[in-house]
Design a protein. Structure first.
Length: 128
């Protein structure tokens, strides 16, 4: 039985929330800072693997993001697939990114203890 190659089939992003963060301040001696905004991503944990069996061995998630939409569906085939960043957020279902103002696209993947990674979740985007 093939286990773990695709941990989930389309991990759905439940919500993408955005909120402003305070910008760095401005006295004459203070260095210029780039204003940032906060992007908070929340997603539901998968319960089954790609074969429909009960999921076991989930170790964590990777968050992929960048200023352009994704160009592929499987990070094993296209690596970042058009995104500019990938960060490992361990085994949590929420993560906040502080980024310069702009438009960003986000997807999540899940992985097991052996490092097998799922295909991408549905893509979400936000502009601030």
């Amino acid at each position: 039985m093939k286990r773990g190659y695709r941990i989930i089939y389309g991990l759905g992003m439940v919500a993408l929330l955005t909120a402003f963060i305070g910008c760095g301040g401005g006295g004459e001696s203070a260095p210029a800072t780039v204003p940032t905004v906060s992007f908070t991503l929340n997603w539901g944990a998968p319960t089954t693997d790609a074969d429909g069996n009960a999921l076991s061995g989930l170790s964590g998630y990777n968050v992929y993001y960048g200023p352009q939409a994704r160009t592929g569906s499987d990070p094993k085939v296209c690596n970042l697939c058009g995104y500019t960043q990938r960060i490992n957020v361990s085994n949590v279902t929420s993560h906040t990114l502080n980024l310069p103002k702009g438009t960003y696209y986000f997807s999540i993947t899940a992985y097991d203890a052996s490092g097998n990674e799922s295909v991408f979740s549905n893509e979400a985007n936000a502009t601030k």
